[in-house]
Write a protein that binds this ligand. Structure first.
Ligand code: ZN
Length: 304
């Protein structure tokens, strides 16, 4: 009993000592001496928080329902909470889309969340990856930097305070907390809920650093292919051919002969600027030619 009382008294004395120390002039002097370093660290911390928001500009599309309920009773800082609600996208779909999305996540991500396979989105995602990577590295560097600042003043602080109150010490010195959670990574969800609500499936794609690297690779490969000759040929579908013929009223755009006048006229679709010269398979670069004109054009290009 006496022993317990002794421990209790010692503990209370220690708590009082800690409390008094953090209010002492000695501590205030130390605090002042590193004020500039502290401010610097806090600035870096804010910069890291900003980097985490890189994704918000990229995804301005409005996609379905995204419900997040805040049921916590405490009113603490909600940086991550804000990031989280901005970076969640939900698409309600059939069970089979859900299944396919888990087999080919990037393909379905582009298709159902309207991410265009273009150089613009490629460079946006590259920028996001860059900022996210910097944010993740920044967190680690910031922690090391703070530790080394605290270490440098170690000799001026009583050992017992330094040893058992490191986190409190950092807070008292004015360092803001570093948010180490990774909740800011965008999450795309495909979800299927049956009509009765009895069965449901869910496929979640989180664009963390690892997935972003892969996604940038994926987009890059697709963009390159689309720009390549093979890719441009692949765009030349039967439907597009037919569409061009309708647009040109089944009439050769060179000699004016029309399928309306000549029943068995063979019409071809020609790239005005050839693929070999950097032309693209776009409607403005396509025209309907009769096979004779197309052949003449082909030989002219070869000759020139
Ligand atoms: Zn013709």
């Amino acid at each position: 009993m006496e022993f317990i009382l002794f421990i209790l008294t010692a503990y209370i004395a220690y708590r009082i000592y800690v409390m008094v120390y953090f209010r002492s002039d000695q501590f205030t002097t130390i605090q002042r001496s590193i004020e500039a370093y502290t401010a610097n660290c806090n600035d870096l911390n804010h910069h890291i928080q900003e980097l985490k928001n890189a994704y918000v500009d990229v995804s301005s599309y409005d996609y379905g329902i995204s419900v997040l309920t805040d049921s916590s009773n405490y009113n603490f800082k909600r940086t991550e909470w804000n990031n989280n609600s901005k970076n969640r996208y939900v698409h309600n779909c059939s069970a089979s889309v859900c299944k396919n999305a888990s087999d080919q996540p990037f393909k379905y991500l582009c298709k159902y969340f309207d991410i265009k396979v273009t150089e613009e989105s490629l460079s946006s995602f590259e920028a996001v990856l860059n900022d996210f990577e910097a944010a993740e590295q920044g967190k680690i560097l910031l922690r090391e930097k703070r530790d080394s600042i605290v270490e440098s003043i170690r000799s001026s602080i009583p050992a017992i305070i330094y040893k058992f109150n490191k986190e409190k010490l950092k807070r008292k010195l004015g360092f803001e907390e570093i948010d180490f959670s990774t909740l800011y990574f965008p999450v795309y969800t495909f979800q299927y809920v049956s009509a009765g609500g009895n069965s449901s499936t869910k496929c979640e794609i989180t664009l963390d650093i690892n997935n972003l690297n892969k996604f940038v690779d994926y987009l890059n490969t697709l963009v390159k292919f689309r720009k390549s000759i093979a890719g441009q040929r692949a765009l030349m579908t039967s439907a597009l051919r037919e569409k061009m013929k309708v647009r040109d009223h089944y009439t050769c755009q060179s000699c004016g002969i029309s399928a309306y006048n000549e029943k068995h006229l063979l019409l071809e679709i020609d790239h005005i600027i050839p693929l070999s010269k950097g032309g693209e398979t776009t409607e403005s670069n396509l025209q309907t030619l009769c096979w004779k004109c197309n052949r003449t054009k082909g030989s002219k290009i070869i000759a020139s």
